[in-house]
Design a protein around this ligand. Structure first.
Ligand SMILES: Cc1cc2nc3c(=O)[nH]c(=O)nc-3n(C[C@H](O)[C@H](O)[C@H](O)COP(=O)(O)OP(=O)(O)OC[C@H]3O[C@@H](n4cnc5c(N)ncnc54)[C@H](O)[C@@H]3O)c2cc1C
Ligand code: SF4
Length: 483
């Protein structure tokens, strides 16, 4: 156990965010440094519970009390070994995970949970600084070849596991750079891209091959894909955005979040002098209150928006756990992300009725109305209609599943009732030798689940090819969060 009295004597601490007026002038991550000594104290708050519910809360089954103890004892090298045992990419989760482990921390029942996510990011940052993260070569090569389609966290985790198991792994990505949503969805201020590039270099040195600009089903036919590889992992994500087909949708100035965020990311990558869709000087409305909406909010502020309003159809969530979401579930609470802290207005219990245009066919306003829930449906509250002037609307209402035309249809893989790629217990689809991991099979989810599924699918592929149980499989395809 870490410090036996730590949970009694040390209050929870997390790093400060940089001042808003300063961080809005750049795109760098928003958090200040956190000293190693402070972090060791925080790790010392862990009670090393007999039944560590945090394991259950973490979709990767991260061995949290073990690395807390090692950090508290200043054995940082031991800590990264325990962390890497279950998580290929702690720098992605350490910056981006909503930390369901902390919602399940036993200390959180009557006190503040251990700062698990902070301990995680500090362990991996220190490991990179010290040069402890090295390429890991396989003990023996198998002579088998695996194609991974899609290079988001699911595809990368599957690829790294399979390369280390001795297979030749080729990752196909239709975009011009590797990373999936980590590259062109998530903005720099949430995770700087050097973290991704550094990890990709390690993977290259281990032997994973990356081929960008290859749209499987178009540039490489599914027949070629099957013929050239002994197994295939589909990790193409959930890329079909939910739309809002109401009056005025065709007006200029209304875009999907994933049309807006990639060019902003490309500016930061040095590809473009300025973004093709910019919020500069505009009144912006973001429809949708989730992660994607918050990323649009932070991006709009950095581009110099005149005003930003975020709309959410659901009511304002409570500040404390409601009774129907008890510990150790992940509760729906009113959360203030760094982007929310930077400004803008949040409106809850509202719905958009129509978009209003000017004589040139461009957006000038939207009409919204307050709503309340009746018999499970949102109904407008009469007399609450109002116009909200805006020149840019960003739709951030989630994703409805993977694209079917092309690869999915041509492979003939079965879909589940929600339109995602169906898998069996070993993550194999209905087509022999074709597996699927991440949002493509699970539906829109989280990075931690994508990594976890990538690891589990890799275990399924390795068993399929070699008839052995060599790789860990943290989850099954139907495992769900603690909700
Ligand atoms: C804006 C935004 C912000 C988010 N923020 C967070 C966050 O803060 N924390 C969090 O936990 N989760 C977040 N998420 C969710 C998270 O990013 C996803 O759950 C995760 O990236 C899914 O990983 P994946 O590997 O399954 O797919 P993706 O990351 O979507 O990657 C799929 C890749 O497959 C490629 N591809 C698709 N079809 C083909 C084909 N036919 N040929 C070749 N390549 C193909 C695509 O180009 C893409 O690069 C966010 C999502 C969005 C949209
Ligand atoms: S990956 Fe997420 S859930 Fe797991 S330990 Fe890290 S922050 Fe917690």
């Amino acid at each position: 156990m870490a410090d036996p009295k730590g949970f009694l004597t040390t209050p929870r601490e997390t790093p400060q965010r940089r001042p808003v007026d300063i961080r809005l002038k750049d795109w760098r991550e928003v958090y200040e440094e956190f000293s190693h000594q402070q972090l060791e104290q925080q790790a010392g708050r862990c009670m090393d519970c007999g039944i560590p519910f945090c394991h259950q809360g973490c979709p990767l089954g991260n061995l949290i009390p073990e690395w807390n103890d090692l950090v508290w004892r200043e054995d940082w090298r031991g800590a990264i070994e325990r962390l890497h045992a279950t998580n290929n990419f702690p720098e992605f989760t350490g910056t981006l995970c909503p930390a369901p482990c902390e919602a399940a921390c036993v200390l959180g029942i009557n006190s503040d949970a251990v700062s698990i996510k902070q301990v995680e990011i500090e362990i991996i940052d220190r490991a990179w600084e010290e040069g402890w993260v090295r390429p890991e070569q396989p003990a023996a090569v198998t002579g088998r070849t695996v194609a991974v389609v899609g290079s988001g966290p699911a595809g990368l985790a599957a690829a790294q596991q399979l390369t280390r198991a001795g297979h030749r792994v080729i990752v196909y990505e239709r975009a011009d750079r590797i990373g999936g949503l980590l590259r062109y969805g998530i903005p720099e201020f949430k995770m700087e891209k050097f973290r991704l590039d550094r990890r990709l270099e390690q993977m290259r040195q281990e032997g994973t091959e990356f081929r960008t600009g290859v749209d499987v089903g178009v540039d490489l036919t599914v027949e070629q894909l099957r013929a050239e590889h002994d197994a295939v992992v589909l990790a193409g994500g959930s890329t079909m955005s939910r739309d809002l087909p109401i009056t005025g949708r065709e007006l200029g100035g209304i875009h999907q979040a994933m049309e807006y965020l990639p060019p902003a990311n490309r500016v930061q990558q040095g590809d473009l002098p300025q973004a093709s869709i910019s919020a500069e000087g505009k009144n912006v409305v973001i429809i949708g209150g989730g992660d994607t909406g918050a990323d649009c909010l932070g991006t709009a502020h950095r581009q110099g928006a005149a005003s930003v309003t975020q709309l959410e159809i659901m009511p304002t969530p409570p500040n404390e756990r409601p009774e129907n979401q008890p510990w150790p579930t992940y509760p729906m609470l009113y959360r203030v992300s760094s982007a929310h802290e930077e400004g803008g207005r949040r409106l809850f219990s509202v719905n958009t009725q129509q978009f209003l245009g000017d004589e040139d066919g461009n957006l000038r306003a939207l009409q919204l109305v307050e709503v309340r829930k009746e018999n499970g449906k949102f109904v407008p509250v009469e007399g609450t209609e109002q116009e909200l002037p805006c020149e840019l609307v960003l739709l951030a209402m989630g994703f409805v599943g993977p694209e079917r035309a092309g690869m999915v249809d041509e492979l003939g893989v079965e879909l589940d009732a929600r339109g995602n790629v169906a898998r069996d217990r070993s993550f194999m689809t209905s087509v022999d030798g074709v597996f699927s991991a991440g949002d493509m099979g699970r539906g829109q989810s989280l990075i931690v689940w994508a990594i976890s599924e990538g690891r589990s699918a890799a275990a399924g592929v390795d068993r399929y090819l070699m008839g052995r149980d060599a790789l860990p499989a943290p989850i099954g395809p139907n495992d769900r969060p603690l909700t």
